[in-house]
Every structure is written in C-alpha cells, then in structure tokens.
Design a protein around this ligand. Structure first.
Ligand SMILES: *[C@@H]1O[C@H](CO)[C@@H](O)[C@H](O)[C@H]1NC(C)=O
Ligand SMILES: *[C@@H]1O[C@H](CO)[C@@H](O)[C@H](O)[C@H]1NC(C)=O
Ligand SMILES: *[C@@H]1O[C@H](CO)[C@@H](O)[C@H](O)[C@H]1NC(C)=O
Length: 489
C-alpha cells in the first residue's frame, strides 16, 4: 500500500511486533530535507543503507508519535525507481516512544550490499502562525518544530537534516545542545533559506528509549511565509451519474479557512485595494485561488450563503473523451465574495456538469460500466481536514464494486432517492481526513445496469407526466362539480 492516510493505527497494523534481534542493516548516511510550507510540509528522507547479513529484505523506519500524528501520506521508493515499495506499520507499543514502519525491498540484499531508499512524507497541521495575530499590512510568520535526530533502529555513520523555507527570511532557529559526542564542527548553520542540522557522526541506533531521553530534542524554526495558509475545514463532494442524461454532475460544498495569523483590528478594503494595485498583497490575505477543473465541463455554478458569486473567471478546455489521452484542464480563478483574511472562513458551493463519456467507460466483455471519480479538486498548498465523497450511481445499478486509491476511514453504501426515481440509486460514500496534493487521485466504481433498468427512467418520466396530466383532468372535472376547497389533497 503506497499511500498512508491518517488512518487509525489498527487498520494498518502488522502482526510482526518484535524487532528482529540482530540488526540486519546500517545506515551509511541519512539525509532529511524538509520543505517548509504553510498548511503542508513536505519531508524527503534518503537512507543510504548497507546490509549486514545475507537475505536482508525488510528495512524499518521509525517515527515519533508526534511525527506519526502529523503524517498524512508516506511513500518509499528505491532512489531513481518509479515503483512504491510495500509498507506496513507495526502495532504501536505504548511502552515505546516511536512507531515502526517496515519497508519491503524489491529484492533481498546480501551482506555488504548497499542501496538508497527514499522516503517521502507529507505532514499537515505542522506549522502555526507566530505571532498569532497580524495587522492587514503586517508580514506573516510561522513556526515549525521537529526533532533533531531522524530516528532509526540501526546505527548511522552520518546524518543531516536540512530545513528549507520558501522565502529566504528566517527569523530564528534552535541551536542543539549536548550533542558534542556526534558533532565535530558546529551542529547548526544557516545559509539563505536553508538551516542545516549536522552532520552528526557515528550515531548509535536512535529508536531506543535511552537515546531519545539523552539526545533527542525539539528544534523550532521561525520564518516568514509569503502565501496564505489555507485549510479546507470540510469538503462534501457529491458526484451524480445519469445515463439517461449522459451526464455526470459534480458538486462540492466547501468551507475554507485562512489558518494564518488572525486579523488584528478591522479589515480595510481601501488598504486591500492599494496593496492589490501595487501588486503587494498582504501574505496572509487570500483574494482568489486558481483551481484546475476537468476539461469539457459546462453549467459551472458557484454560490455562497448570499447567492450567486459572479466574480470568478473560468476558461473551459475542450472535452476529452475517456479513451483519448491528455491532461488538459479547465482553469477557474475562484474569487470569493470577500478576500479571506486570517482566521476567517468562507463557505460555498461549486458545481459543474460533464459529459458522461469523459469519465465512464463500458466494458463489453463483462457488461460493466466503469466510472472514474476524482476524490478532490486540488487547492494548491492546502490541506482538506475532513472530506466526504459520495458517488451516486444511476437508478437500477447493480453488482457495484469499487476501488479507492487508498483506504478510506470509512465507506458505506446507501440508497439515494430523488424526484422521479422509482427505486432509488445506490450511493457510495467515502470519508477521509487530511488530504493533500498526493491524495488527488481517482476512485474507480464499476456496476451493471440492466436493459430493463435503462427503460425504467423514461418509464418513470412517462408515468409522472401522465399522472400529472391525469390529475389535472380529474381536478378540473372535480372543480366543476365540487367546491374548489375540497380538492385539497
Ligand atoms: C563485508 O565487509 C567486511 C568489512 O569490509 C568484511 O570483513 C566481510 O568479510 C564482508 N562480508 C562479505 C560477506 O563480503
Ligand atoms: C444563479 O446562476 C444560475 C446560473 O447562472 C441561474 O440559473 C440562477 O437563476 C441564479 N440565481 C440567482 C439567485 O441569481
Ligand atoms: C470557522 O469555522 C470553524 C469550524 O466550523 C469554527 O470553529 C470557527 O469559529 C469559524 N471561524 C469564524 C471566524 O467564524
């Protein structure tokens, strides 16, 4: 399973819960690079590993409970290769201060053989604004805290951690203490937008209570960040498939939150317009955001609690039927009714229709339809705290099967009944937490619709039409004979 969502541990636990007695690897070098963002922090750790015995094929990495809690995605690969390696999280033992994740190498290494393993993780909710409030014309600064040492059950010859910010303006960073055993030169340095901790030499296995107690320490970096910190508190996506209309409707109900410093004082539209005019928008104010919507969409709508919002700009790319390759998208510059200031929320609905042929294919050999449903629209740099994705299949769909790209926290099947339906439509609901750019993937749903079910819809429309018509006739006739008030249903 390449993707590691913020799942309850029990969903991923492995039966193995004891660490192999003799270490089968050592790290010749461990380099961690942290790309500091706002809502999302991207961490890449490269382990140059050496097998100590023949047949070593499971390499174990370790995380502190805090790192584990913030990690919403994890992927391990051999450097330079495309395929993600299988990972399995071990049962958490409350007596340890760390989590273990086992990575299965593509093939076992024999003694003294080396390879480079790249582990990529995405952390969410890992930064916070400091100071917590800012005036409209002020800068925005964030704090991020991490542990000094990368935990590992193996000994490490040399280890470094680099923290990089987007803007080269770092206010302060913590200096490590009591690490003379491992550092020959200074243990922290700054150059431009990068802070480097280490190199640290000849570290013993660090995923031990003793090492953590003696040497592990929190490092905090305080830096300016020039982009709004955007969180989607809630996304509710409903995707409704209609074979009758050859249409797929996608509707998102979104609550956006600016998680940057809360606005101090009042919002001044004049200041805001002046800043826009001089192209120096305040870093913590979000006036608009660019979104990639699918190609070929039509009837796009965007409304909030007050009504239609008409200030956005949409450029639709031509439709791209399922069997054609390509990666075109429509571009929406979504402009909320008011600029989103620090601490503010904005709730809105965004929806569109798309030709069914763009996302549904039919497999003649199995008689099944297969539909591809994107879990989310990517909001650049944002995290989606809670997401619910509902796929509403056509009426009469049977033999429903689905395949999400990564396990959902919860999924269920229900029946969705709309006007003119005779028996309701099967609906699948998937729930997720802490989604980021890496999770912007598709759920595949396949189903059958019998020929009789295809006919049901026109039949339902026809009977509805006739019964309304019939009722009107009866009502008129009744009108003639009985007092009108009596005709109330
Ligand atoms: C591995 O390297 C060590 C040290 O260089 C050497 O003593 C040992 O014989 C080597 N083992 C194998 C299986 O090549
Ligand atoms: C909002 O826009 C839609 C589509 O453009 C339109 O059909 C609808 O009548 C509008 N509603 C209001 C309240 O303006
Ligand atoms: C934004 O929404 C969250 C969650 O619903 C709520 O706790 C918070 O008070 C809201 N903030 C504002 C400024 O309304």
């Amino acid at each position: 399973m390449p993707i590691w969502s913020s799942l309850p541990f029990f969903l991923l636990l492995s039966v193995v819960s004891t660490l192999a007695s003799s270490p089968s690897f050592e790290n010749t070098a461990v380099v961690r690079t942290v790309e500091l963002g706002g809502a999302v922090v991207h961490v890449t750790t490269t382990y140059a590993i050496k097998a100590l015995e023949d047949g070593s094929n499971v390499y174990t990495i370790a995380f502190s409970p805090d790192e584990r809690k913030k990690t919403s995605w994890l992927e391990a690969k051999i450097k330079g290769q495309q395929n993600a390696l299988p990972i399995e999280e071990r049962l958490f033992d409350a007596e340890r201060d760390y989590h273990f994740v086992d990575i299965t190498l593509p093939k076992a290494l024999s003694a003294n053989k080396t390879t480079n393993l790249v582990v990529e993780t995405i952390l969410t909710h890992a930064t916070h604004p400091w100071p917590e409030t800012a005036g409209q014309k002020d800068d925005q600064a964030l704090k991020y805290t991490t542990d000094l040492f990368v935990l590992s059950p193996y000994s490490t010859t040399v280890q470094r951690t680099k923290l990089r910010t987007l803007a080269p303006r770092i206010i302060s960073f913590t200096e490590p203490k009591g690490v003379e055993d491992f550092a020959t030169e200074g243990s922290a340095s700054k150059s431009g937008a990068t802070i480097v901790y280490g190199p640290f030499h000849n570290l013993p296995p660090s995923a031990t209570q003793k090492f953590i107690k003696t040497y592990q320490q929190p490092m905090t970096i305080h830096y300016f960040h020039d982009q709004p910190v955007l969180e989607i508190l809630e996304l509710k996506r409903a995707v409704e498939i209609s074979h009758w209309g050859a249409n797929v409707n996608t509707e998102d109900e979104i609550t956006m939150h600016n998680a940057g410093p809360a606005l101090k004082g009042h919002f001044s539209r004049l200041d805001h317009q002046t800043q826009q005019f001089y192209k120096k928008p305040a870093p913590h104010v979000l006036p608009a955001i660019n979104l990639h919507l699918p190609a070929g969409i039509r009837d796009t709508y965007f409304y909030d609690l007050i009504g239609n919002v008409s200030t956005s700009r949409l450029r639709v790319a031509p439709s791209l039927p399922k069997n054609k390759q390509g990666s075109q998208y429509s571009l929406l510059e979504l402009r909320p009714r008011y600029p989103l200031l620090g601490g503010w929320n904005y709730t809105f609905t965004l929806g569109w229709n798309a030709p069914a042929a763009d996302s549904i294919s039919y497999d003649k050999s199995t008689g099944r339809y297969i539909v591809e449903v994107p879990i989310m629209t990517l909001f650049p740099g944002a995290v989606i705290n809670d997401a619910e994705v509902k796929v509403i299949l056509p009426e009469g769909a049977t033999d429903v099967e689905f395949s999400p790209p990564f396990p959902a926290l919860e999924n269920r099947i229900s029946t969705h009944i709309t006007y003119l339906d005779t028996s309701g439509r099967p609906a699948l609901t998937f729930e997720y937490k802490d989604l980021t750019l890496k999770h912007a993937q598709n759920i595949y749903v396949s189903y059958k619709v019998s020929f009789a079910a295809h006919l049901k819809k026109p039949f339902a429309v026809a009977t509805a039409f006739f019964s309304v018509f019939g009722f009107a006739l009866i009502a008129r006739r009744v009108n003639l004979t009985i007092h009108p008030k009596k005709k109330a249903l």
